[in-house]
Design a protein around this ligand. Structure first.
Ligand SMILES: Nc1ncnc2c1ncn2[C@@H]1O[C@H](COP(=O)(O)OP(=O)(O)OP(=O)(O)O)[C@@H](O)[C@H]1O
Length: 678
């Protein structure tokens, strides 16, 4: 039995009568505790049979933890614990053991290989550098949303190529009688929808369904749950709309927000006591998330006593930031905080590079939570290295072929093949080729000239030369336009490369350092189980907690990410930052570099929101209007506020009032101080 006591809201959630129940549970509010206690209560007080209870979680680790805690508390078997995938897979296997035998399941690695082979066999040239990544993302998103391929628009790649690869992949699976992880969900949906006997069987088997992290549910999962629970409505879901951060994978917090409509009548309870963070940390996270509009209103209260105030540090750049963060971690570690209680959290993997570089010199063991493609393994790095090496060995055909059309020099495949067959110096052969026009040859001469120039430059000068004079950055921008994707991500990667080279004297030294970083990233997984510092993206930090959390690069364009332009996207970014803030137990450090990639950077608007709680208007509040002077709010209606001024009532924009409300409040404070003095 768990030694801790349920608080009053937890107890209320646990002891709800059977029926559709929604528990909105903020960070650190004890979701696992509530679910395991609820299962116990259902069996001991609500006469539920363990074999009729199904508990679904999102990760295998969560399912195991939940099951472990439940078994420890009750020693009673019979309840089914599992992830959506494992539960649905069991259903498929039971329905058709041969079709869904384990050996017919394509692993994610194998799936990638098959798709890569299909794509390469299609001869679309090198038009899409990261096709496989983008394709796989779209495939999952499309399947999770139950969208027919012909109606799906894959941004960033051509629909025609997407459909071709998709159809070939489907045919491959059919020919070999295989299925993959995405299929598990879709196939279960069709199985239950099309076979009433099977559906009835599972509706009677799982009379009570409990789902954790419901904010992450996607369309196909939701549809299956609707099918399973249509006979009865004993559905107990726990989630936090403020921690929904997987919309890019098809998760829809709307399902949590509209749960009440689907399963009406719904019993609802909010868990708002946080057992993880100090009140000071919670004040910051509450303030930030208060700026989201599309959410269940809740303010988390701390169960702990006050701790240190979060520390906001402005630093020069990423290099200084890395050194300050590591210095602080070493200090905390020397004072007794284990490294495994420290985490550095960032928005995207690319930001980890300066940290890993600094970590190599201070020798702190670390674990990287995400599968990371380091700079060394990026296609763009290979292009830049190809230019730098070619400058010293102009006869290196492989490297020449890599960059000959980057930027485009209009050299056809045919001309390249022909020049290659002749053997010897490829550039010379191209200059003598009958298959190339004068214009194309001019471009090759220009390339030779530029390679000779490159040889005379230092590494620090060479990369900007490739970027601007050779036109590599322009090529990236054109490539992004062709792909219909924002160019910023590619250009930032190039800037990151330039930044990483700045410290090295020559290309060999730089290449060696990039390789060493890539190796240390690969080896970092070996630190698991040891006392090691965690490096993680905000996404992968979800569900974790640490004594000290360091959030870096809190800059506009980084968080919220420059890709996130719509209000909905900015809200998702805010939730992401909220997840990062709420990982901290005792100490929270926020870092804002003044410069990024040698340019002045703006701090993230989220910093201000974290430090200044949102102001809301109430009837009776005073505002000061530029034209009408002082007035009092008499009524609020959506974006409009009705204000009584000296000269009568006027309708004023709500946001205007918010802005000017602050002013009047300060003035009010001042005037009350004045009055007191008098
Ligand atoms: N009533 C309680 N009394 C004391 N401690 C509690 C209580 N309820 C939960 N806790 C503790 O609070 C901590 C946070 O709980 P848990 O990990 O379940 O949070 P969570 O709700 O899943 O958080 P998040 O969504 O942020 O990951 C755990 O260590 C848990 O044991």
């Amino acid at each position: 039995m768990e030694t801790k006591q349920l608080n009053s809201n937890q107890k209320q959630a646990v002891e709800m009568p059977l029926g559709a129940t929604m528990v909105i549970a903020g960070p650190g509010s004890g979701k696992t505790f509530v679910i395991t206690e609820r299962v116990r209560y259902m069996i001991s007080h609500l006469q539920c049979q363990p074999q009729h209870i199904l508990v679904i979680t999102f990760t295998k680790a969560a399912a195991e933890e939940m099951k472990g805690r439940y078994l420890k508390a009750t020693h009673q078997t019979g309840v089914t614990f599992g992830t959506f995938h494992s539960v649905f897979y069991r259903m498929l296997r039971k329905a058709d053991p041969n079709r869904y035998a384990l050996e017919r399941l394509i692993s994610e690695d194998k799936k990638r290989q098959v798709i890569e082979k299909i794509y390469q066999g299609m001869d679309t040239g090198d038009a899409y550098e990261d096709f496989i990544e983008v394709f796989l993302g779209h495939l999952t998103l499309m399947t999770n949303q139950l969208i027919q391929p012909k109606y799906y628009n894959p941004d960033g790649i051509s629909k025609e190529v997407f459909l071709k690869v998709f159809n070939s992949y489907e045919q491959y699976k059919e020919r070999h009688g295989l299925f993959d992880f995405d299929d598990m969900l879709v196939h279960t949906y069709y199985l239950l929808r099309n076979d009433p006997h099977i559906l009835t069987f599972y509706q009677s088997k799982y009379k009570h369904i409990l789902i954790d992290e419901f904010q992450d549910i996607n369309c196909v999962q939701f549809e299956i749950i609707k099918l399973l629970s249509s006979r009865h409505t004993d559905l107990f879901v726990v989630g936090d709309d403020d921690q929904s951060i997987y919309q890019f994978r098809g998760a829809k917090p709307e399902f949590l927000l509209s749960f009440e409509e689907y399963f009406n009548p719904v019993q609802k309870i909010i868990l708002d006591v946080n057992y993880r963070s100090t009140p000071n940390i919670l004040r910051y996270s509450n303030s930030l998330i208060g700026y989201n509009i599309n959410r269940y209103e809740k303010i988390m209260h701390a169960a702990h006593i006050e701790g240190d105030k979060p520390i906001v540090t402005y630093c020069e750049d990423a290099k200084e930031q890395a050194s300050l963060v590591l210095k602080e971690i070493l200090k905390l570690n020397a004072a007794g905080l284990p490294l495994k209680e420290c985490a550095i959290i960032y928005r995207t993997n690319i930001q980890a590079r300066p940290l890993i570089e600094a970590l190599r010199t201070v020798q702190i063991p670390f674990i990287i939570k995400d599968a990371m493609v380091t700079l060394y393994d990026q296609w763009m790095t290979k292009d830049i290295l190809a230019y730098l090496h070619l400058a010293y060995n102009i006869e290196d055909s492989e490297r020449l072929l890599q960059i000959i059309n980057r930027p485009t020099r209009y050299i056809s495949k045919l001309a390249l093949e022909d020049a290659r067959k002749k053997g010897g110096n490829l550039l010379k052969n191209l200059l003598e080729s009958d298959l190339l026009s004068r214009l194309q040859k001019d471009r090759i001469e220009e390339l030779i000239f530029n390679l000779q120039r490159l040889k005379t430059l230092t590494l620090k000068e060479a990369i900007p030369y490739i970027r601007h004079t050779i036109g590599y950055e322009k090529y990236l921008i054109e490539y992004a336009a062709y792909r219909k994707i924002p160019s910023e991500g590619l250009v930032n990667m190039l800037l990151e490369l330039e930044d990483s080279a700045r410290e090295y004297a020559c290309v060999e030294e730089w290449e060696e350092a990039l390789y060493a970083i890539s190796m240390s990233v690969k080896q970092s997984s070996r630190q698991k189980g040891h006392d090691a510092l965690t490096l993680t993206t905000m996404h992968s930090a979800k569900g974790l907690e640490f004594g000290a959390v360091f959030i870096i690069d809190i800059l506009d364009g980084v968080i919220p990410h420059s890709k996130s332009l719509s209000d909905t996207q900015v809200e998702e970014e805010r939730r992401l930052f909220y997840v990062a803030l709420t990982r901290a137990k005792e100490r929270l450090y926020l870092y804002i570099p003044k410069n990024r990639y040698q340019k002045k950077a703006e701090s993230s608007p989220f910093i201000l929101e974290t430090l200044t709680p949102k102001i809301t208007l109430k009837e009776g509040d005073c505002i000061k209007h530029k034209m009408y002077g002082q007035g009092k709010v008499v009524k609020l209606d959506g974006s409009k506020a009705f204000i009584r001024f000296k000269n009568g009532q006027k309708v004023v924009d709500y946001m205007y009032c918010i802005k000017h409300h602050l002013l009047s409040r300060e003035e009010k404070n001042e005037s009350s101080k004045d009055k007191q003095k008098r």
